[in-house]
Ligand binder design. Structure first.
Ligand SMILES: [Fe+2]
Ligand SMILES: [Fe+2]
Length: 282
């Protein structure tokens, strides 16, 4: 029987788990309130000049603006929508909180993986679950490896050592974590999700993205996150890279893609999006 790792053991090794970034916490709280509308979100974003100008910059990118000139937050919200603006604010504040200052290579790879997963999950959710689920999927992709962010920051060199070992030996990163520390980034991530009171669907993605068969209420969205993990490792976004992987042989990929052509079109669009968007988040 699988052993449940103790919270104490993780906290003993990593120190206290960090709080949710302030801006993200406030926006999540606003999202959960049915009275929140575009106007209140706009008011909140305007109180932070740096955030407001970053959101405008992103809103004016090719992905959202379709060559329209977006000059104000209210315009941005009316063009790209309240939910998408909300995801962008959370992505931007998460990036600022966890990847401050000059990023090392390992941080860069984790951030790039989170961003690629977020955009990829949004794209895949649109076709698999419909337009209403796209932003939920974006946040699931963005936050699914939050445990890695924490472990990389807290454990430093001993985490880098297993990144290196996984790279050299092609061993499963997830299993190496388990063997070396006695717990994985999924377990650390799900403690963080509980501490931050993240929505249940995000918590499930964090907990089960390496064993999607165990997902309970959010099976499809967890499978989408798992699919993006395989795609990212093929493309080279993240700590786990396997360029030789045959994606179409993986069952979960077959579930979302009929053939190699649709998969390749998806990858091409994803890479173009990530390459454009990652510059805007800097
Ligand atoms: Fe993961
Ligand atoms: Fe991942």
């Amino acid at each position: 029987m699988e052993q449940t790792v103790s919270v104490d053991k993780i906290v003993e090794m990593t120190g206290d788990l960090p709080p949710m970034p302030n801006v993200a916490a406030k926006v999540m709280e606003m999202m959960a309130n049915p009275m929140t509308d575009g106007r209140s979100m706009q008011k909140f974003i305007s109180t932070d000049q740096a955030l407001a100008s970053k959101i405008l910059k992103i809103a004016n990118s090719a992905l959202y603006s379709f060559s329209r000139d977006i000059t104000s937050l209210s315009h941005a919200i009316s063009i790209i929508g309240f939910n998408t603006i909300t995801s962008l604010v959370i992505a931007s504040s998460t990036k600022n909180a966890f990847f401050k200052g000059k990023m090392g290579l390992q941080d860069k790879m984790i951030w790039e993986h989170s961003l690629a997963s977020a955009f990829g999950c949004r794209m895949l959710a649109k076709s698999a679950l419909g337009a209403g689920k796209t932003e939920e999927a974006f946040l699931c992709g963005l936050l699914h490896d939050i445990g890695k962010v924490i472990l990389s920051r807290k454990l430093g060199d001993s985490y880098s050592a297993i990144v290196q070992e996984a790279y050299n030996t092609k061993a499963s990163f997830f299993e190496l974590e388990q063997k070396t520390f006695g717990f994985t980034h999924s377990e650390v991530g799900s403690l963080v999700a509980k501490k931050w009171k993240l929505p249940a669907v995000i918590e499930e993605c964090i907990e089960f993205h390496h064993k999607p068969e165990e997902a309970q209420n959010a099976k499809v969205i967890v499978q989408i996150v798992t699919a993006l993990n395989h795609i990212c490792s093929k493309v080279g976004y993240g700590l786990v890279v396997d360029k030789d992987i045959e994606l179409m042989e993986i069952e979960i990929i077959q579930k979302f893609f009929n053939n190699e052509n649709t998969l390749n079109d998806f990858i091409e669009k994803l890479v173009a999006t990530v390459e454009e968007q990652k510059r805007l988040f800097e």
